[in-house]
Design a protein around this ligand. Structure first.
Ligand code: EPS
Length: 350
């Protein structure tokens, strides 16, 4: 069931990234500066590549907002790819512009190149352009709009990196990234996202596809390069007696002595903080390439290298925050409804 829906479009080196969002109540203040700050956060982080020096991602809103507030109609967001200037011919939509410039024929192990080419096109550039994590820029813009609605309900979010490569201490993260860079390599890591002040009762236990844990896992797992999603404390190695969060009475109210469940029980939020962790694999585009095969000659060779990040875990945590925001907004609209912010707040009792 979708109340908050959107589609995104755009290629990594195409002219624009675009999103059309449908289902936002009217009356939500759209602070463009906040959206742009979120876009800036996604571009940051030690270990990002040269593309981030070219782009200064900023959003343009072309529908659905008047005098700073949503009006209930679809909201269109657009981000311009500055790098398009250098790719105009390569990414042209006009058949007469066809060129071999920047085409490549060697698959990158771990990227979508091979599997995507089996499915859609033997031209690997056609696969790279949409499988690139560049599309997460517009996803973060959509997430920022979702966060603006959540802010109206006093729901806050933060995230933190907990591991880079084998380093678990923040002081060692940059060293680990430097080492990977020196070796022409890449490195992944782990982060945790926390949402506070959520209502109990989002999601449901009644059908497999209505559990908010499953919806969050899907949203975070499908971020490029994410391989593991955990909700709450990883239960491996625990006994039930020391894992489950016991009930207590706190100032006359039902409380909990811990939050290993990460704020979800039976696929429903329980009012505790929502805790979602994820592991991002090392980015597959490497300066020191792995062994590969040339799709045209079928000879063994080295994988394609195109400008890339050494580490993008920090950016990934911002993308995960955004994707969780989409899921939360959808569940909030499903449970509380409201065509205007006023109506939503009344139902929500704020
Ligand atoms: C990214 C933009 C991309 C990559 C990166 C993420 O830009 P370009 O391809 O021009 O360098 O830097 O994506 C990948 C490394 C990848 O493998 O998908 C961005 O905007 O985050």
């Amino acid at each position: 069931m979708e109340k908050f829906r959107f589609l995104t479009a755009g290629e990594s080196h195409g002219k624009y990234l675009t999103a059309i969002i449908e289902g936002l109540p009217s009356g939500i203040e759209i602070d463009i500066n906040f959206i742009n700050e979120e876009l800036k956060r996604r571009q940051k982080g030690y270990g990002r590549g040269a593309r981030m020096e070219i782009e200064t991602d900023t959003v343009e809103i072309t529908s659905g907002v008047r005098y700073g507030k949503t009006i209930g109609s679809p909201v269109t967001l657009v981000i311009k790819n500055r790098d398009f200037e250098s790719w105009e011919k390569v990414m042209s939509i006009a058949p007469e512009d066809i060129t071999d410039e920047k085409e490549f024929t060697t698959y990158r192990p771990g990227h979508a190149d091979w599997a995507g080419s089996v499915k859609y096109s033997t031209n690997l550039r056609n696969i790279l352009e949409r499988s690139s994590a560049r599309k997460t820029a517009i996803e973060v813009a959509v997430g920022a709009v979702a966060k603006l609605l959540l802010k109206q309900l006093n729901i806050d979010c933060k995230s933190e990196i907990t591991q880079i490569g084998s380093a678990c201490c923040c002081g060692d993260f940059e060293k680990e990234i430097d080492l990977a860079k020196e070796n022409g390599d890449t490195v992944g890591g782990k982060f945790v996202v926390l949402y506070q002040n959520l209502p109990a009762g989002l999601g449901s236990h009644v059908h497999w596809d209505r559990g908010i844990d499953g919806r969050k896992a899907q949203a975070v797992m499908s971020i490029p390069a994410v391989k593991v999603v955990e909700i709450g404390t990883n239960p491996l190695g625990y006994y039930g007696s020391n894992y489950h969060d016991e009930f207590s009475i706190d100032n006359g109210e039902i409380g909990r002595t811990s939050n290993n469940a990460g704020g979800i029980e039976g696929g429903i939020t329980n009012g505790q903080d929502l805790v979602v962790s994820a592991v991002m694999k090392p980015i597959p585009t490497m300066k020191k390439p792995l062994k590969s095969v040339d799709s045209k000659t079928l000879k063994e060779t080295e994988a394609h290298f195109e400008r890339s990040d050494v580490c993008a875990v920090e950016a990934c945590s911002v993308v995960a925050e955004s994707r969780i925001a989409w899921v939360l907004v959808n569940e909030i609209l499903l449970k509380f409804g409201g065509d205007s912010l006023e109506e939503l707040k009344r139902n929500y009792k704020i």
